[in-house]
Write a protein that binds this ligand. Structure first.
Ligand code: NAD
Length: 446
């Protein structure tokens, strides 16, 4: 699904012309090819804390080619910067500068991951150093080339570096599953969660619902969850029934035709699950629509359905599932679809951005509620993803939106799906109330 410009600049004459004119030449992103996937090595673990030793040791035990210095390496696959014991900004330099000399040795599709603690508001020097990691990492991500990415894991004080969530987030960022995620942080706020027993099928034995699954990102989510071993319930409007049953046949999934904003949708979903004896371990709230207009031209006909589908339906569905008491498994995972528009705002999208900013606040509040039962709620905020939704954007605006990120290309639905599958996995149990951007470090907004 590569766009026409990218195809052109990847051809010999197109590439030469783009080089001459200084035009963007988007790299081929490294995406997952098999299950389980190996970490791109050699992996250099920098830092001299006990946490750094623990991370290096764990990776070594898994058979990864781990080094503690760059030595004379000609090609470096992954770099992990462990900075969990920073006490002052002056300590940043000695930790990050060894990477300077190795930047030109990073392999195509390389990964750099920082592991540090979030800044609080307690110790000025320590928190300045912790905050500094975020600025460093976000800038580094802008400097990566060849489809390489840089991301960070923030580990709350009191959570050990070998907690499942830390290793899970680290593995996700090191892997090809995070191809379109760069310049981002994931916070691990508790030691909850567990090791994934079967890396080839991390969701084996779990059942997941995906709303808006007939096409686009929803279909990719259903495919990825199924490939990761989950049994999938795919939901979409009756009008998309044909595509939905095709997908259900392909994945041996259970289809349900339901408009999420119809009266009693939540109760009908609960009744459907009970009839079939299904309990959901994961709920992916993906169904979403746009009705773009400047506020000057905004009408209730454009405002109301966007808020209803994108956020109110999510609140009502989860409420019905939680209230039913018997259709959610232990420690349920909820993952909702936000958008970078909800973070940065976007011209012509006051309605959409309101709904998506609402999603982020919603998962935060829901996470607090689900914590009591060991569950989590998180959101994924895609940037520009190549789907029918974005194909509707006028050509010039679309081309600009597609290039305005550090990877200079649109993401694919599977990139969003991989992030969601990770958040549904056992390893992500300590991650809650987070919004993970899958946007190639979209240059718009914060
Ligand atoms: P899409 O329009 O291709 O697919 C959306 C799916 O949701 C369709 O199958 C549609 O039938 C279904 N749906 C819509 N209203 C429904 C309803 N009332 N009940 C049940 N199903 C309904 O969109 P997409 O690009 O795949 O987007 C999926 C999600 O990702 C949306 O929430 C969207 O806001 C979000 N998102 C997409 C992008 C992007 O670049 N494509 C960017 C940010 C966020």
């Amino acid at each position: 699904m590569t766009d026409a410009y990218t195809r052109f600049v990847r051809s010999a004459p197109g590439g030469a012309l783009a080089r001459q004119l200084g035009l963007p030449r988007p790299a081929r992103l490294r995406r997952r090819e098999g299950r389980p996937e190996p970490v791109l090595g050699p992996v250099v673990v920098l830092g001299d804390s006990a946490g750094a030793d623990a991370i290096a040791h764990l990776l070594l035990e898994e058979g990864t080619d781990v080094r503690r210095r760059f030595e004379e390496l000609r090609s470096v696959g992954s770099v992990i910067l462990v900075m969990d014991e920073l006490a002052a900004p002056s300590e940043l330099g000695p930790l990050v500068l060894p990477l300077a000399g190795a930047m030109r040795s990073l392999a195509p599709g390389a990964r750099v991951v920082t592991i540090s603690r979030p800044a609080g508001a307690e110790e000025p020097a320590r928190d300045a150093a912790r905050g500094g990691v975020e600025g460093f990492l976000r800038s580094l991500a802008h400097e990566m080339r060849g489809g390489a990415t840089a991301n960070g894991v923030l580990v709350e004080d009191g959570v050990a570096l070998d907690a499942p969530g830390v290793l899970g987030a680290l593995r996700f960022f090191l892997s090809a599953r995070s191809a379109f995620v760069t310049g981002q942080f994931l916070t691990v706020s508790s030691a909850a969660g567990g090791e994934t027993e079967n890396r080839s099928l991390p969701l084996a034995g779990r059942t997941a619902l995906v709303t808006g699954a007939a096409r686009g990102i929803g279909a990719a989510i259903a495919r990825t969850l199924a490939a990761d071993g989950a049994r999938v319930v795919v939901l979409d409007v009756p009008g998309a029934g044909t595509e939905l049953s095709r997908l259900a046949n392909e994945l041996r999934a259970v289809p349900i035709q339901l408009d999420v904003i119809s009266d009693g949708a939540g109760e009908r979903l609960v009744a459907f699950l009970r009839e079939r004896g299904l309990t959901l371990d994961a709920v992916v709230l993906n169904a979403g629509i746009t009705r773009d207009k400047l506020l000057a031209n905004m009408t209730p006909e454009r405002w109301d359905p966007v808020l209803a589908v994108n956020i109110s339906s999510q609140i009502a569905l989860t409420e019905a599932l939680l209230e039913a008491g018997d259709v959610l498994g232990e420690a349920p995972r909820v993952v909702s679809l936000a958008s970078t528009s909800g973070i940065a705002g976007n011209r012509g999208q006051t309605n959409y951005a309101a709904s998506k900013a609402g999603v982020m606040a919603f998962v935060d509040a829901l996470a607090a509620r689900l914590e009591a039962v060991g569950g989590t709620a998180n959101a994924v905020a895609p940037g520009f993803i190549e789907t029918e939704m974005t194909a509707k954007i006028p050509a010039v605006t679309r081309e600009i939106a597609r290039r305005m990120n550090s990877l200079q290309q649109g993401g694919l639905p599977v990139d969003v799906a991989e992030a969601i599958a990770f958040l549904c996995s056992a390893e992500a149990g300590g991650i809650r109330g987070e919004t993970l951007r899958v946007c190639g470090q979209n240059l718009v907004g914060r």
